[in-house]
Design a protein around this ligand. Structure first.
Ligand SMILES: [Zn+2]
Length: 71
């Protein structure tokens, strides 16, 4: 598993940087749009739907852990 994927599954609210080398915004961190990580320049990640489901489930769990003070 790549480091980015690992971070996505283990760090709360983690998003990777924009993958567009000619990004007009300077390759900032992307935002999750519900399906993929998206940059304001229009770039989107291409994670397979299975991984996105894994990501969503992991983030829910991370959030719950944080609320419970277990982090
Ligand atoms: Zn961008």
């Amino acid at each position: 598993m790549s480091l980015v994927r690992e971070n996505l599954l283990t760090q709360l609210n983690y998003t990777p940087y924009c993958g567009n080398a000619s990004c007009v915004f300077g390759m900032p961190r992307t935002a999750f749009n519900g399906n993929q990580m998206e940059c304001r320049c229009g770039w989107q990640s291409q994670f397979e739907p299975e991984f996105i489901e894994q990501y969503k489930a992991a983030q829910v769990e991370l959030k719950q852990n944080e609320k419970a003070g277990a982090v």
